[in-house]
Design a protein around this ligand. Structure first.
Ligand code: ZN
Length: 325
């Protein structure tokens, strides 16, 4: 049963998604980057040119749909994504969502929650709902996924508020939730929380599980009925594990029958907002959004993963996440 996905150029059938990178970024900045914009201004035209160039390469590697998981408070820019999709002919899906309390723009909602007359859960729910059903800012560009991010050591009450609103809007609209966890921790807790708040497990992706090599932990997350993301290929920096460790986990999980619940991506950012990080990227030559399709899929195949299982992880699972199956 085909469903639909909101791309930045409008609604398309899930049949048309094709090979998909489920967790990437076009532009991303840690909240507060704009405070440094005198030194490191956002050069829209140059950034757009670079994005189009990279997305064309990604398209050549076989990808048709690029899910941008950037939360509202990390530099999400729906108009920029629309222009990038038009020029690159890549399907781009835009998020609505909020980053975690420590690294996002939580000050605003913390201020509002201290006011006696506000219900912040309701305000965040209203924001997500409006962006999914009507459009972002003054555009008709609708968010296609809801992003939920938790802390490194705990899920704070603020993060629970965001997750509760996300679960509610996902349940109401059928738009999936894509999450960020850290270091192979709290994924079971997050899955249980979202499900207890009404989210359909088949529309929840627990991201960044490659922060641990403990396959029993991965299986415990999967036992909740959610999808998991090995979605930082090439980003070999702590707490992430090297690609070879992620591949070993995937092989074991496929052996246990979970090919239908695994998603692959890079969590790459084409334009870092604020000052650049060239020195970091120079040490991570494989962290580039063509890596999975050019290098990781052939490696999996050489290790015995079938073409059907590869198609499941790159086409079938992304599609079913949007369809809720
Ligand atoms: Zn990300």
């Amino acid at each position: 049963m085909a469903g639909y996905v909101n791309t930045v150029l409008g609604k398309i059938s899930t049949d048309a998604m094709g090979p998909t990178l489920i967790h990437e970024h076009v532009n991303f900045g840690f909240a507060g980057w704009y405070a440094d914009s005198t030194v490191a201004p956002f050069e829209r035209k140059a950034c757009l040119n670079r994005v189009v160039e990279v997305l064309k390469e990604v398209k050549e590697s076989g990808v048709r749909t690029y899910i941008d998981c950037t939360p509202n408070d990390s530099g999400r820019d729906a108009r920029f994504l629309r222009d990038a999709a038009q020029a690159s002919e890549m399907n781009i899906v835009c998020s609505t969502g909020l980053y975690n309390e420590a690294q996002g723009g939580s000050a605003y909602f913390r201020f509002r929650s201290a006011l006696p007359f506000t219900n912040v859960t309701e305000e965040i729910r209203e924001l997500f709902f409006k962006e999914v059903t009507e459009g972002i800012e003054n555009t008709a560009i609708k968010a296609g996924v809801i992003k939920v991010v938790i802390g490194n050591e705990s899920i704070s009450p603020y993060e629970e508020t965001v997750a509760r609103a996300a679960a509610d809007v996902s349940k109401e609209t059928g738009v999936p939730i894509i999450t960020h966890t850290h270091g192979g921790r709290l994924a079971v807790e997050l899955a249980d929380f979202l499900i207890s708040e009404g989210a359909n497990p088949s529309q929840v992706l627990i991201g960044h599980v490659g922060g641990t090599t403990d396959v029993d932990y991965h299986a415990a997350v999967l036992s909740r009925g959610v999808y998991i993301g090995f979605d930082r290929f090439g980003a070999d920096m702590p707490p992430e594990k090297p690609d070879s460790d992620n591949i070993a986990c995937i092989l074991e999980l496929i052996r246990r029958g979970y090919a239908g619940r695994i998603l692959l991506s890079h969590d790459f950012t084409i334009n870092m907002l604020g000052r650049q990080v060239a020195e970091l990227l120079a040490n991570l030559p494989d962290w580039y959004p063509t890596h999975v399709f050019k290098n990781i899929l052939p490696t999996l195949k050489a290790k015995g993963v079938s073409d059907e299982q590869i198609a499941e992880m790159t086409v079938g699972n992304p599609r079913r996440l949007f369809e809720g199956g």
